[in-house]
Design a protein around this ligand. Structure first.
Ligand code: COA
Length: 332
C-alpha cells in the first residue's frame, strides 16, 4: 500500500522505435549547382553528403504520424509528446492532430519546443508524466520540417538542415530495467537566443516587409563553439548523476549537427571514435528528429544492440541543451 500522496517509483522504459524521412533526396551537388558552395566544402566542413526535403503539401504532421506509427507498432499510447519547432500552425499544437491520425482517441497531446534539443526535453517531459502517474504509455516524437525555416539562398544554412521525424514509445516500468531512461541533465541560456533565430512570425513580430525575416539566421562559428562545450559539459554531468564512467558508454548518440561537433565532443570526453553514432552524412541536421533517427538507423544497421549503454546528448537554439542515459533494450 502506497502512502497517500506518494507513488511507487516508475521509470519510463523505451518500448518502441521508428523513423520517417521524406522521399526526396537533396545532394550536395544539387545545392552546389545553384549556390556558391561545393560538395567538397560541405562534406569536409560538416560531414553531410545529402539530406531529405518534404514534397509540396507534406508537413510536420505527416512525418510525425509515420514515425509515430512505426514506434507504436501494434501498441497504444495514452499520451503524445511531440518535439518540434516547425509546427504545422503557430496555433494550435501539432501533437493533437498526430494523436488523432494515429487513432489514439482523446490521448493527452502537446508540443515541446526546445528546437534541436527538443527530443531530449520531450523524453524528460514524458518520463515525468509516467513517474507522476499521469500517463502509462507515452509516444515521444521528434519531427521537424526545417527546410520551411531556411532561406533557400543562404549557403550557410541550406547545406546543413534537412527534414525528418523519429519516435520512441515509452511505457511505465521499473527503475534499473533495460531501457529505463534517466537521469536527465537539461539547461538553457536565453541570452544567446539570437545565435540561431527567426525574427518574424511570432507574437513579437507577426509580419515583416522583408521576407528574409521569416528565415533562420545562424552565427555558425559561435554555435559550433557552444555546442561542443555544452554537449561535453552536459554529458559529464549526466554520467556523474548516473554513476557511469566515460568508459562505460558503448554508444554516444549526439544531436547530428555537424560530424566535427560530434567528433570533437567525443574527443573532449575521452570517448573512442567508434562509440560515436552518426547518420548525418545521409540526413543532415533534422533538429528534433535527429536523435531518434540516429537511434533508428543504428538499430537497423546493427551498430546499436540490446545491452549497449547509451549516452544521448543534444544542443540547439534557445540556447538549449541536455542529456540522458539508458541501457538499450530488446524491442519488438
Ligand atoms: N560553402 C562554401 N563556403 C562557405 C559556406 C558554404 N556552404 N558557408 C560558409 N562558407 C565560408 C564562409 O563565408 C567563410 O569564408 P571566409 O573565410 O572568406 O569568411 C569560410 O567558409 C569559413 O566559414 P566558417 O563559418 O568559419 O566555417 P566553419 O568551419 O565554422 O563551418 C559551419 C561553418 C556552419 C559548418 C560550422 O560553423 C557549424 O557547423 N556550426 C554549427 C552549426 C550548427 O550546428 N547549427 C545547428 C545547431 S543545433
Amino acid at each position: 500500500m502506497t502512502a497517500a500522496g506518494s507513488l511507487p517509483p516508475r521509470s519510463a522504459v523505451v518500448a518502441g522505435l521508428g523513423g520517417a524521412l521524406p522521399d526526396r533526396v537533396v545532394t550536395n551537388e544539387e545545392i552546389a549547382a545553384r549556390l556558391d558552395t561545393s560538395d567538397e566544402w560541405i562534406r569536409t566542413r560538416t560531414g553531410i553528403r545529402e539530406r531529405r526535403q518534404v514534397a509540396p503539401g507534406q508537413s510536420t504532421v505527416d512525418l510525425a504520424e509515420e514515425a509515430g506509427r512505426a514506434a507504436l507498432g501494434d501498441g497504444r499510447a495514452d499520451a503524445v509528446v511531440l518535439a518540434t519547432s516547425t509546427a504545422d500552425q503557430l496555433c494550435p499544437a501539432t501533437a493533437p492532430q498526430v494523436a488523432a491520425r494515429l487513432g489514439l482517441g482523446t490521448a493527452l497531446a502537446f508540443d515541446v519546443n526546445a528546437v534541436c534539443s527538443g527530443f531530449v526535453y520531450a523524453l524528460a517531459t514524458a518520463a515525468g508524466l509516467i513517474a507522476g502517474g499521469i500517463a502509462t504509455r507515452v509516444l515521444v516524437i521528434g519531427a521537424d520540417v526545417f527546410t520551411s525555416l531556411i532561406d533557400p539562398d543562404d549557403r550557410t544554412t541550406v547545406p546543413i538542415f534537412g527534414d525528418g521525424a523519429g519516435a520512441v514509445l515509452l511505457r511505465a516500468g521499473e527503475p534499473g530495467e533495460r531501457g529505463a531512461l534517466g537521469p536527465f541533465d537539461l539547461h538553457s541560456e536565453g541570452e544567446l537566443a539570437k545565435l540561431l533565430w527567426v525574427e518574424a512570425g511570432g507574437a513579437a513580430r507577426r509580419v515583416s516587409d522583408d521576407p528574409k525575416d521569416r528565415f533562420m539566421v545562424m552565427q555558425g562559428t559561435a554555435v559550433y563553439r557552444h555546442a561542443c562545450a555544452r554537449m561535453a559539459e552536459s554529458s559529464r554531468a549526466v554520467l556523474e548523476q548516473a554513476g557511469w564512467m566515460v568508459g562505460d558508454v558503448d554508444r554516444f548518440v549526439g544531436h547530428q549537427a555537424n560530424i566535427r561537433i560530434l567528433q570533437a565532443t567525443a574527443k573532449q570526453l575521452g570517448m573512442p571514435a567508434d562509440a560515436v553514432v552518426a547518420n548525418i552524412d545521409r540526413v543532415g541536421n533534422t533538429s528534433a528528429a535527429s536523435i531518434p533517427l540516429a537511434l533508428a538507423d543504428a538499430v537497423a544497421d546493427g551498430t546499436l544492440v540490446p545491452g549497449h549503454r547509451v549516452l544521448l546528448t543534444a544542443f540547439g537554439a534557445g540556447l538549449t541543451w541536455g542529456s540522458t542515459v539508458l541501457t538499450w533494450p530488446s524491442l519488438p
